[in-house]
Design a protein around this ligand. Sequence first.
Ligand SMILES: Cc1cc2nc3c(=O)[nH]c(=O)nc-3n(C[C@H](O)[C@H](O)[C@H](O)COP(=O)(O)OP(=O)(O)OC[C@H]3O[C@@H](n4cnc5c(N)ncnc54)[C@H](O)[C@@H]3O)c2cc1C
Ligand code: FES
Length: 281
Amino acid sequence: METPCMPALEMSPAVHATVVSDRREPAPGIVIVGVRAPQLAASIRAGQFVMAVPPSGERVSTALGVYEVEGDRVSLMLVVVGPRTRELALLSDGDSLALLGPLGNGFDCDSLGDDVALVAGGVGVAPMLLPARDLVARGARVTLYYGARTARALVDIALFEAVGATVVTATDDGTLGHHGYVTDVLARDGARHSAIAACGPSPMLRSVARVARQLDLRAQLSLEETFACGVGACWGCVVPLDRSSAQAPKFPDAAAGESRDYVHARICKEGPVFWAHELRW
Ligand SMILES: Cc1cc2nc3c(=O)[nH]c(=O)nc-3n(C[C@H](O)[C@H](O)[C@H](O)COP(=O)(O)OP(=O)(O)OC[C@H]3O[C@@H](n4cnc5c(N)ncnc54)[C@H](O)[C@@H]3O)c2cc1C
Ligand code: FES
């Protein structure tokens, strides 16, 4: 099933009562959970996310990218870092899981050209499979620059290759691929690309933005943040953004005054994907 990557089209989010269909653990601490969610599968776009409600209901929901979409199955990739991801990672076949989504604005693949560098750090690989597949389907050449601490944490490389992407790896400890940061490889080899799309920890994204400037390439960055509401209500996840950006919130920014040329955009609502050159970091 094709999942068009277009950020401007906002689909109405809904609560999807899903049932776990499969679970695998490609590496210690990394779990992929498949669920049956036909309406979500039909409406999710590359780079959008869902808020998952841990089954006990005792904790607030947590933001997760959507990894695979096949028929009425979608999957979520979990890296266990704390109580909510730990609880979700324990889900097994037949368990119920409530997902609110699709949420946010994803990757604008149509603006990335025909030789795209996808850059993923750690769990930042989760929202990269859908754009890889959709970009290849429309004839683009796709290279995934994929970095992690160590070789075992680089998961599903074969899956990316199967959709037609070339995978270039980097590890902090040198156990696979380039010994060092994946952004080093991007800086060295990235000049031929038409644009960049990236997801990963904030320091990596800032580095991608720097490399993009050096290479004179445009870059879309999927920002990370700890969300409270995840739906644009609490303004707890803002980032300064050029007022002229198409993604700038359209209502008056009372605290901003008229003279500021930037506004505060919500990562969960106007993002999580923004053009690097429009961010005021
Ligand atoms: C748009 C978006 C998409 C995401 N997609 C995924 C995904 O596909 N898979 C996935 O596993 N995680 C994803 N995350 C991160 C995930 O939401 C958090 O890791 C999770 O909420 C942590 O909850 P917790 O209770 O397990 O840990 P917490 O107790 O909340 O945190 C434990 C530790 O992790 C750190 N932490 C918390 N949140 C984040 C974060 N967002 N980024 C980095 N460190 C964090 C905390 O500082 C703390 O050190 C995404 C986040 C966003 C904003
Ligand atoms: S987390 Fe509440 S507005 Fe983004």
